[in-house]
Design a protein around this ligand. Sequence first.
Ligand SMILES: [Zn+2]
Ligand SMILES: [Zn+2]
Length: 345
Amino acid sequence: MRALVVEAPGQFGVQEVPKPSLREGCVLLRVKACGVCGSDFSRIFGRGAHRLPLVPGHEFSGVVEELAEGVDDKWQGKRVAVFPLIPCRRCAMCSVGEYAQCAAYDYLGSRSDGAFAEYVVVPTWNLLPIPDQVSFEEAAMMEPAAVALHALRLGGLTGGMSVIIFGAGPIGLLLAHWAKALGCTTICLVDIDPLRLDYAKCLGFFDLFDAREDGMVSRLLDKTGGGADLVIEGSGSSAAFEQTMQAARPFGTVVLMGNPLGEMRLSQQAYWAIMRKQLHVRGTWNSSYGESSHNDWATTLDFLATKKLCVCHLVTHRPTLEELPTLLKSVVAREVFTCKVMVLP
Ligand SMILES: [Zn+2]
Ligand SMILES: [Zn+2]
């Protein structure tokens, strides 16, 4: 089969490789769509890969083509989304359904080979059957959508709240779509990239703030009547981290979500803001799946199937596997604007 293989940082290409072999409890999935995540760029171009060589790609969907011995026939031919984290299901956190906290997990597209390929082997536990009205692209968007929902849930989001989102890339826009779907009235998006803000406007978000402009925080405070109920830091930049504390209302919540680009520093002023406003500051990681009490994947699938959440407009590029390396290089060289890149192998 063909797959995009990363040999070393920045050294990658589409190659002919053996089809992955079936293991106990697994199926062979023909990949139909696989999204490119921000984290894939550090796996491909930086030192973000857990092991090399690696086939990245963890946001995917497909059709079950072959079953390992003993796997229930009902899976044959099923259209599925995939939870890419494979927990040990034996440790303390697994035993309470907190799989993202597993002490010894595997991960498709990071610790094991993923879906920038024609085929991938997946345990049935990780498969989520999708109804006909959910497309393969939408199913491949379920991973980042569930991650976004998880962050909002941890932030205590309910209808009518005001939300400020730092970072208007794919995750920021998913957060904004969720906030809208869940009944938020004020949704502000902050970014330093005018192209991203323009794209957000095309998607119907109008409270847009360019973080490079003077007085941005006071305009956020004006818009939200003295600070937002919930502020999400989704950019990973120290400057935004600082501003999230200023932009939250007294007793408000700040959720930290963006992968840090480097050291994250907080001024004395911002530190005071946390104390004086008695902010709740908390982290979010991955999403909840399976038997856990808040199954973000089940909620995401429900919202997609009932068209309460629309994610397809985030996709700006649909390369084949062969076209992917060139596109990735031009994204890194900033020669092309992309929101979500969806590989259709
Ligand atoms: Zn991702
Ligand atoms: Zn575990």
